[in-house]
Design a protein around this ligand. Structure first.
Ligand code: ATP
Ligand code: MN
Length: 468
C-alpha cells in the first residue's frame, strides 16, 4: 500500500482540493450499498462526522471486502471528491484499502441498532466508539481545557493538592482508607483499636474528599489558586448525581468575600458553557437532536441570565409556601435541615426558572471552616443550584478569625492535631478569603444534557462497581 500522510477526518471534511490522493484511518461505522458499489462510513474519533468511502466492488473483489464490517479498522488511500450525497461535503473514492483488524459481526457488541445507556455502561471499554460517547468525551476534554484557560487567563495558579491525606476536611466519615496492612492479621492495641503505628505512613490515612484545606494554604500565599483533580467519597448513595471517584475544581482566593465568590461562580460557569457552545457545536447539536431537544436553549439561557441570589432562610420560606399551596415533596421542609435535590430543583425550575445561589445556611449542616454570621445561627455558605441537577457548586467565605475557627472545630469534633497546620494560616497574617468546589461531572451533566453521572465519566466508580 502506498505510503500517504494521514489526514484526520475532522480536517479532511474541511478540504476542497478535490482530486488529491489522501489517506484516512479509522473504524467502520456502517457499510451498505449494492452489488456494484459499497459505501463505508468511517470514523476516527476526531469528530462526530464520518467520511464516506466509495468502493467499486469490481475493483477490489467481493472476497476482499467481506471483512469490512461494523467495527473493523481500516487504512484507506483514495481520491478526494466532492460529494453528491446530502449532508456531506467530500467523500473518498477508494484506491487501496488495508484492513488492520476485523470485528466479527457475530461477536462485536456495537452493531448499528440503538443500545440503552445501561447496556453501554456494561461495555464501557467499547462505548467511546459510539457517536454518543465520542461526543461526550470530546466535550469532556474541551471543558477541562476551558477550566484551565479561564483560571490561567484570570491570573490563578494551578495548585496540586495531595490525594492521600491524614485529615478529613469535611469531618464526615465517608472516606476510603489507604493502607498496606495485612487485613487478615490486624494488630490491635489494648483497647481493641487498630494500631496503625506500623502502617505505611505510621498513622491512619485516606483518599482525599476535597483539596480545600491545602488550597487555602496556597491562596493565603499565592493569592489566587485553583485545584482540578480526582476526589473520592465513599458515600453509599446510589443516585444519578453521585460517584465514588469524581473530579473537582476548587478555586480559593485571598481577600475575596462571599459576594466576590458568587460573582466568580457565575462568571466561571458561564464562561465554560459558552466555550462548549462555541467549540463543541457539532457534538452538542448531536446530543440535542438525539436526547434532549431543549439542551441548546438551556445552555444559552444560563449564559445570558444572572443567577438569582437569596438566603437559605428565604428559600425555605418559598418552599413552605409551595407546600401550603399544595405542592407535594417527598421530604419535609424545615429551617435547619439540608435541602433535598427535589427542593433545590423546585426553586430553580419552578419558582425562579433560572440558576439560584443560596447563601447563609444554618451552621449545623455546614462545615467547621465556614465564616460565622453575627446572628450566631448561620454561616457564609453558598450553594449554586442548577436546573435538572440541583447542587452544582458548594462553597463559602472561610472563617478567618483564629478563636472562632478553633472553637467551631472543637465543637464539631475536628481534632487540633489533624488541622494544626490549617489553623496556622489564621495565627499568622490571616486574611478574609473564599472559595468553592465545582463537581466536574455535574458540570458535564449540565452541558451534555445526560441524565446519569455514570455516562459523563469514562469509567464510573459507584457502589459495587469497579470494572475496567
Ligand atoms: P451533595 O449534597 O450533592 O451530595 P455535597 O454538598 O456533599 O454534594 P460538596 O462537599 O459541597 O458536595 O462538594 C462540592 C461539589 O462537588 C458539589 O457541589 C458537587 O458538584 C460535587 N460533588 C460532591 N459529591 C459528589 C459526588 N459524590 N459525585 C460527584 N460530584 C460530587
Ligand atoms: Mn455542598
Amino acid at each position: 500500500m502506498e505510503n500517504i500522510k494521514r489526514t484526520e477526518i475532522v480536517d479532511l471534511l474541511k478540504r476542497t482540493d478535490y482530486g488529491q490522493t489522501v489517506n484516512v484511518k479509522g473504524w467502520v461505522r456502517t457499510r451498505r450499498g449494492n452489488k456494484n458499489v459499497s459505501f463505508i462510513a468511517l470514523n476516527d474519533g476526531s469528530t462526530i462526522n464520518n467520511v464516506q468511502i466509495v468502493v467499486d466492488i469490481e475493483k477490489f473483489g467481493e472476497e476482499y471486502l467481506k471483512p469490512i464490517t461494523t467495527g473493523a479498522s481500516l487504512s484507506v488511500n483514495g481520491k478526494l471528491v466532492e460529494s453528491m450525497g446530502k449532508g456531506q461535503s467530500v467523500e473518498i473514492q477508494a484506491e487501496e484499502i488495508l484492513v488492520y483488524g476485523t470485528a466479527d459481526p457475530e461477536k462485536y457488541p456495537l452493531q448499528k441498532k440503538g443500545h440503552t445507556m445501561e447496556y453501554l455502561r456494561e461495555i464501557a471499554h467499547l462505548r467511546p466508539r459510539t457517536n454518543t460517547f465520542g461526543a461526550i468525551f470530546r466535550i469532556r476534554h474541551n471543558m477541562a481545557i476551558a477550566i484551565h484557560t479561564y483560571f490561567h487567563e484570570h491570573g490563578y495558579f494551578y495548585f496540586h493538592t495531595p490525594l492521600i491525606t491524614g485529615s478529613d476536611c469535611e469531618g464526615a466519615g465517608q472516606m476510603f482508607q489507604v493502607t498496606t496492612k495485612n487485613l487478615y492479621n490486624l494488630k490491635k492495641n489494648d483497647d481493641g483499636k487498630i494500631d496503625y503505628s506500623d502502617d505505611f505512613f505510621g498513622k491512619s490515612v485516606s483518599l482525599t474528599v476535597s483539596g480545600q484545606l491545602e488550597g487555602e494554604l496556597a491562596a493565603t500565599s499565592l493569592g489566587k489558586i485553583y485545584t482540578f483533580g480526582p476526589t473520592f467519597r465513599a458515600e453509599n448513595s446510589n443516585t444519578p448525581r453521585h460517584l465514588a471517584e469524581f473530579w473537582m475544581i476548587e478555586p480559593e482566593i485571598a481577600f475575596y468575600e462571599i459576594e466576590d465568590n458568587m460573582a466568580l461562580a457565575q462568571d466561571f460557569i458561564q464562561y465554560c458553557v459558552r466555550w462548549a457552545l462555541e467549540k463543541c457545536t457539532d457534538d452538542i447539536q448531536f446530543l440535542c437532536n438525539m436526547f434532549d431537544k431543549e439542551l441548546i436553549e438551556r445552555l444559552n439561557f444560563v449564559v445570558n441570565n444572572d443567577f438569582k441570589r437569596l438566603t437559605y432562610t428565604e428559600g425555605v420560606e418559598i418552599l413552605k409556601e409551595a407546600v401550603k399551596n399544595g405542592h407535594k415533596f417527598e421530604f419535609p421542609v424545615d429551617w435547619g435541615t439540608d435541602l433535598q435535590s427535589e427542593h433545590e430543583r423546585y426553586l430553580v425550575e419552578e419558582h425562579f426558572k433560572r440558576p439560584v445561589i443560596l447563601t447563609d445556611y444554618p451552621k449545623e449542616i455546614k462545615s467547621f471552616y465556614m465564616k460565622q454570621n453575627d446572628d450566631g445561627k448561620t454561616v457564609r455558605a453558598m450553594d449554586v443550584l442548577f436546573p435538572k441537577i440541583g447542587e452544582i457548586i458548594g462553597g463559602s467565605q472561610r472563617e478567618e478569625d483564629y478563636e472562632k475557627l478553633a472553637r467551631r472545630a472543637k465543637e464539631m469534633g475536628v481534632p487540633d492535631k489533624d488541622i494544626w497546620w490549617y489553623l496556622d494560616t489564621r495565627r499568622f497574617g490571616t486574611v478574609p478569603h473564599s472559595g468553592f468546589g465545582l463537581g466536574f461531572e455535574r458540570l458535564m451533566l449540565f452541558v451534555t444534557g445526560m441524565q446519569n453521572i455514570r455516562d459523563v465519566i469514562p469509567f464510573p466508580r459507584t457502589p459495587n462497581n469497579c470494572e475496567f
